[in-house]
Design a protein around this ligand. Sequence first.
Ligand code: ADP
Ligand code: MG
Length: 737
Amino acid sequence: MPNGSHRPSSASDVRPGRGGIAPLDQAAQFLKGVGPKRAEQLARLDVRTARDLLFHVPRRYEDASTVTRIGKVEIGQDATVIGEVVTKGVLPTRSGLRIFQAVLRDGSGQIEASWPGQPFLDRTIRKGDLLLVTGPVRFFHGRQIAPREYIVLGSVEDEGGSTAGKVLPIYATTEGLSQKVLRSILDQNLDRLLPLLQPEDPLPQALAQRHGLPTLMQAVQQLHRPASLREAEQGRRRLAYEELYFLQLLHARAQRRERTRRSGITFVRNDRLIATLYRKLPFELTAAQTRAISEIFGDMTAPYRMNRLLQGDVGSGKTIVALFAMLLAAENGMQSALMAPTEILAEQHARTISALLEGIDVACVLLTGRLAARERRDALQQIRSGAAHIVIGTHALIQEGVRFHRLGLAIVDEQHRFGVRQRQALGSAGVNGASEADAAGEPTLEIEDTQPPSDGAPPDTLVMSATPIPRSLALTLYGDLELTVIDELPPNRKPVRTAVRQGSARSRVYEFVREQVAEGRQAYIVYPLVEESDKVELKAATAEHERLATEEFSDLRVGLLHGQLAGDAKDATMRAFAAGELDILVATTVIEVGIDVPNASVMIVEHAERFGLSQLHQLRGRVGRGAADSFCILISDGGPEAVERLQILARTDDGFEVARADLQLRGMGDVFGARQHGLPAFRFFDPERDEDLLLAAREDARALVERDPELEREEHARQRAALKQRFGEREALFGVG
Ligand code: ADP
Ligand code: MG
């Protein structure tokens, strides 16, 4: 389960207890079995209050179905076994390390368990104890398990030797705070705390009942003390539904407000510019592109405001779709803004779009943070006067001083790279300067008011993303948006042939790069750079560039590109690569989004195991853009698990499938960087299993908002409070107090 705090420790909607503090808000230090030291350890697990303890639910469970009979355990396996301690003792070794060892036995055989450096276990583990241990099994004078985790289940006598039907919760722990201690703290407090949850259950009984879900109190109990794995799953589903329901409630309200309060611009088609571009296109639009354009035109020519997400795998051709939308705005005498996450990408968009607009009477300007003062003044002036019809830029577009003459369409490219707030800032440019995002202290696009349009409507918005996330998840994350998917690549596209190789094969790989370059192609060599500020990684790319340029490929032209290069240098390098003046580009993930150099046919990714699968998929989308066969070689010295994961990319070229696999392997938080991107952090929702819950929550939320849009009725007070508690910030953004 991804991390994320379920409820912040400062609930405001609970009844006050002694001393004016609600009992569940009491500091963890006052729990039974917890003193100052334990409280400190608990805080490391983000458990600071009694409520936090309740929501510190197990990470997973063990039960008979996950336990291997000792007789069946094999060397090399990662096993969980349950056995009785038949002998035990501490072994000194020559190096002075003391090892605690125990022999475990069940009906099928026995195995040795060994804890190096933990002689003190001799005091906690007794002969006759029933022990569950999990860990790798290796060969050491016979089979030996190296426990990563162990739990004393009890003694054989009081268990009657049977563990049938028993489910063991496994918690996240921290140094000094073992499973055993944590479990005992829960044991001492759970019965007293659980009933306190009842009055703050935010879901109406009827709703939970309709979906066969338990109450909040029952669910939390089921998670901590499930009678079966099924019961634990019940509890999880209930909390997942709750997460979904409130998120959908938020979306439903935003959508409704949008519909009622915000009518939009009604664009009219006259096909003056659109037809010209269509005739000039160097290729046929795909059916999916045509459908996307038609949906967007449908929104734009309708009297309401467009709020649409255009999703399509890398290389599916979203830019041209955006350009058609911008021309429709231009035909109506209105401006468009296209915001990209990096300067390189913004500049590239400006280049491609200017080229496509050759001979068409539409002016395009670029606005990024690194224009010289003169250029910037010029650009701002053109934007302000309306001379610029299409404005392309980075987040510089939502900074102070940018005033549009009449903005009709706001487009955000690679939207997952932006925060929710930035996306909304571009979209929520209010006609009179005051906007929702303003209220949240965010920079916004302002619109010059000198010539107020008769309809006074805010711009239509289109956000684009190449993160090919499953439809159900897209609806969850962006439930306030309509969704268009481009599910088809242009026909000339060949799949990128992908292979996983070990570092020892590097010279072979370089040889291959050489062959490709000899045929006139170009190559990327990518190094991980997780954060822009990650100095160590940066050095890796820089140092490797040095080595490759002076040794390995000293006879070739090798460039370097990373986010911290000065603007001019970055620009020059990118330009040189695009113009074919460089054979090899050593780069960090700055090239991940949108870069389009059709002649590049090889991509080498170093330390591939450090990337997420979806990110690698995006990266390899940089090659395979031309007619030539193209290749992606993932170099990794990660273990067999890492290689297995990377092999998924070798097997499929379908971004959706990759995303699905990525989700399964890493969980939502990691895949979408939920926190950084301002997306809600789900702890319980599992997009693979809970699509039914999602659809139900969506429907329920919409129904409620239809009945009581502002949740003003007394019986909805608790839901309203819960909504605010969960999304305080976002709610504020939507202008709800
Ligand atoms: P993305 O969806 O990743 O943003 P782009 O818009 O950058 O994709 O398009 C990728 C490449 O495909 C560009 O070089 C573009 O000119 C080209 N392209 C777009 N649509 C088509 C098409 N229908 N047929 C052939 N090539 C196309
Ligand atoms: Mg793109």
